[in-house]
Design a protein around this ligand. Sequence first.
Ligand SMILES: Cc1cc2nc3c(=O)[nH]c(=O)nc-3n(C[C@H](O)[C@H](O)[C@H](O)COP(=O)(O)O)c2cc1C
Length: 331
Amino acid sequence: MEGVIDAHARDLLTRRPGFDWAVTEFVRVVDARLPPKVFLRHCPELETGVVTPAGVPVALQLLGSDPEALAANAEQARDLGARAIDLNFGCPAKLVNRHDGGASLLRDPRRVQAAVAAVHNAVGDSIPVTAKVRLGFSDRRLALACAQAAADGGATQLVVHARTRDEGYRPPAHWEWIGRIRRHIQIPVVANGDIWSLEDYWKARTLSGCRDVMLGRGALADPLLAPRIRHWLSTGERLPDTQWQERAAILAEYAALQRSTLPERIVTSLVKQWLNHMRYRNDEAERRFQAVKRINDLEGLLEGLLAGLGHAPQKPGLTPPGAPAGTLCHV
Ligand SMILES: Cc1cc2nc3c(=O)[nH]c(=O)nc-3n(C[C@H](O)[C@H](O)[C@H](O)COP(=O)(O)O)c2cc1C
């Protein structure tokens, strides 16, 4: 997720079994072939086998509208070691759409197909090309046609965020529409949008008929949501709610990782940004957010997050990869 989930966040979110794969923030492609440093900035995992430290594979996402430029940059990414290219046709941002990227291509399925086909032709069968769409731009009339276009272009998997671009992030997500798309096309479809809990997960799976889901904001709000789903799938047991101590440990570790490369001022705002996501349906995160929102130094912020915990919180455990399939996701 652009500006929110970078390699450090992917590292933290994938330390416990839950995610089968992750996706980078989008690399914006305009016309030129971008230099390697841009790809390495978005996907430092290129230097370590394109997996997170726990071994979860990372797909590299491109966003653009010019087929030739997308193809040239996909080749560049592949040459740098990318193991999967994901194409973003879902971004609703006005600036991106004004420059004819993201969800704006959903107004014309031929353009979706041309972009996917160009990338697929460029990388051949050496690495998979996947796509991410919404249900449409202003309405859902082209939902099936765009999904079909991505499949016809050579996408091996389609993630569907169950809203149109104009619906932004407003609930509800129309999971039943993902089911219509799933029944219409021959490639695997992954359900995305508004999965915040185990109950949402099951409802999204039931209404879409999809075996796999992608988590976005829900994984930030509760960093143990994917492990909770995975645990429930493999044992039938519900794990208890994620305690503040565990959330604080993740935020503290996130600060420590970011601090190694970024100025404290930026780290402070990144930690607050994640805390802001944690407030959703969590009273303690809300209380802590209100207590620290005007603190501008990192030490003070961390003190506010850890206050009253008695002792230093445990670091999130690093668990070996190789968990059973079932859920998945996007980070
Ligand atoms: C701040 C923010 C940044 C995002 N950046 C990306 C991105 O770079 N690539 C992408 O495919 N989706 C991106 N998304 C969309 C999410 O991946 C996801 O499709 C959407 O938020 C709906 O799922 P959710 O309800 O689980 O969050 C972003 C969403 C948000 C809120």
